[in-house]
Structures are given as structure tokens and as C-alpha cells.
Design a protein around this ligand. Structure first.
Ligand code: HEM
Length: 211
């Protein structure tokens, strides 16, 4: 393959990654946090909301094709980028360069967190012919190791998605001027704050460590 063809292929796979990262994955993260914020309303409100969100027979198709396959594809392309990574933050200690490194560090954290979260909150209840519930989340989050994993995992997801919006805008050619990139930097910071707030409220709603 010629260098030009190889570069064109590399660019398009990066664009595929960006699009998958924004929609469906990013959109799903926001919708999922919104559903989980129903925890604030207590066991009944949360369990009803969860049942409603899963009531469509097409839900499993959405989970597999709208979520499972996109995440496998995004993570597969992401792992190839991670294997080629050569951090140079000591020589170039700029903030943007630090964010670039954190994007990749958070990717590893998100991968581990999602694996643990899907097994614990989706696969294990499904094998027991049930679904996750407010009470189940309350009990799980009242154990310090699980609480810590969720706290760090949600921080990682929030950072990876919010900073990923900045990266995607660049990858997709939406922010070509330095001014546009600066504005997107503000948006990304604000979005990070919103995601952290939503995560914190959802966690708090399960009343961890309270009787
Ligand atoms: C909740 C799940 C995830 C969401 C919403 C998400 C979203 C995004 C977005 C929007 C980008 C920006 C793409 C760009 O800069 O053009 C990105 C970048 C990246 N993602 Fe993810 N991602 C998720 C999970 C993962 C996982 C599991 C991995 C696996 C290791 C991963 C690896 C990466 C890497 C390495 C980059 C940097 C690409 C680059 O700048 O060269 N992501 N992600």
C-alpha cells in the first residue's frame, strides 16, 4: 500500500472512531446518566424508569447493534492508537499535550470500568433472570471497593467523552481555526462539568453508605 493510501486509510479510521464516539456512544452515555439520575426519586421511581427504558422488544437489538458493536469497534481502533503511543509530555509540558495523554489514560480506565460494569449490572442479573434495581445498586455502592470503581470509572468516562468532543471536532474538520478550537475548549470543559454533576447526582441517589 502506498504511503498516501495508507494515510488516507488511517484518517478515515480515525473519523469512524470519532463518529462512533459521539453517536451512538456519547449520546448513550448522556441518556444512561439521565436514566440513572432517577435514583434520586428512590427505589420505585428508579425501578419503574429502568423497566420503561427496557420495555421495547427491540431493546436487545439496540444494546447489541447500537451499543455493543460500536464500542467494540471504537475500542479496537483505540487500542491500536494506544499501542503506537509515544508520550512526550516531559519535553512538551503544554496543557493540550497533557489532555491528549489523559484521553488515552482514561481510555484504558473506561475499558476496564465498562467491562466490570457490564458484567456486574447487566450480564450477572440477566443470568439470574432479573434486572438491576435501586436496592441492588444501593447495596453494591455501599461497599467501598465498588463505590471507588464507580467513582473513578464515571470520572474517566466524563473526561474521555468531554475531551473527546474537542478531539472529534478537530478530526471531523469542524474546528479549523485557533479561535474555533479555543471556543470548543470552553464547551468541552463545560460539558465535563455537566457530566460530572450528572454522575455525582446519580451516585448520590442510590444513597451509598446510608441505612
Ligand atoms: C463510553 C465509551 C466511550 C466513549 C463515549 C468514547 C468517546 C470518544 C470520543 C468522542 C473520542 C474522540 C475521537 C477523536 O479525537 O477524534 C474518543 C477518543 C479515543 N477513544 Fe474513546 N470512547 C469510549 C470508550 C473507549 C474505549 C473503551 C477505548 C479503548 C481503549 C477508547 C479509546 C480511545 C482512544 C485511544 C481515543 C483517542 C483517539 C485519538 O485522539 O487519536 N475509547 N473516544
Amino acid at each position: 500500500m502506498s504511503t498516501v493510501a495508507a494515510r488516507a486509510r488511517a484518517i478515515s479510521s480515525k473519523q469512524v472512531m470519532s463518529i462512533l464516539g459521539l453517536v451512538p456512544l456519547g449520546a448513550y452515555v448522556v441518556a444512561h446518566l439521565w436514566t440513572n439520575m432517577y435514583s434520586l426519586g428512590g427505589p420505585e421511581a428508579f425501578d419503574r424508569r429502568l423497566a420503561e427504558s427496557r420495555s421495547s422488544p427491540a431493546f436487545i437489538l439496540l444494546e447489541v447493534f447500537g451499543l455493543g458493536l460500536p464500542i467494540v469497534a471504537h475500542a479496537w481502533l483505540g487500542l491500536q492508537i494506544l499501542l503506537r503511543m509515544r508520550p512526550n509530555n516531559v519535553n512538551y509540558p503544554a496543557l493540550r499535550n497533557l489532555k491528549y495523554l489523559l484521553q488515552r489514560v482514561s481510555a484504558v480506565g473506561v475499558l476496564l470500568f465498562l467491562a466490570a460494569h457490564v458484567i456486574k449490572a447487566r450480564i450477572m442479573p440477566a443470568m439470574a433472570h432479573t434486572t438491576e434495581s435501586w436496592q441492588g445498586m444501593h447495596e453494591a455502592l455501599s461497599e467501598m471497593p465498588t463505590f471507588t470503581v464507580y467513582l473513578l470509572g464515571l470520572l474517566g468516562v466524563s473526561y474521555h467523552l468531554a475531551n473527546g468532543v474537542w478531539g472529534s471536532a478537530l478530526t471531523l474538520g469542524l474546528t479549523v481555526t485557533p479561535e474555533g478550537q479555543r471556543r470548543m475548549e470552553w464547551f468541552s470543559g463545560l460539558f465535563f462539568g455537566v457530566l460530572v454533576l450528572m454522575s455525582g447526582l446519580a451516585l448520590y441517589g442510590f444513597r451509598p453508605f446510608q441505612m
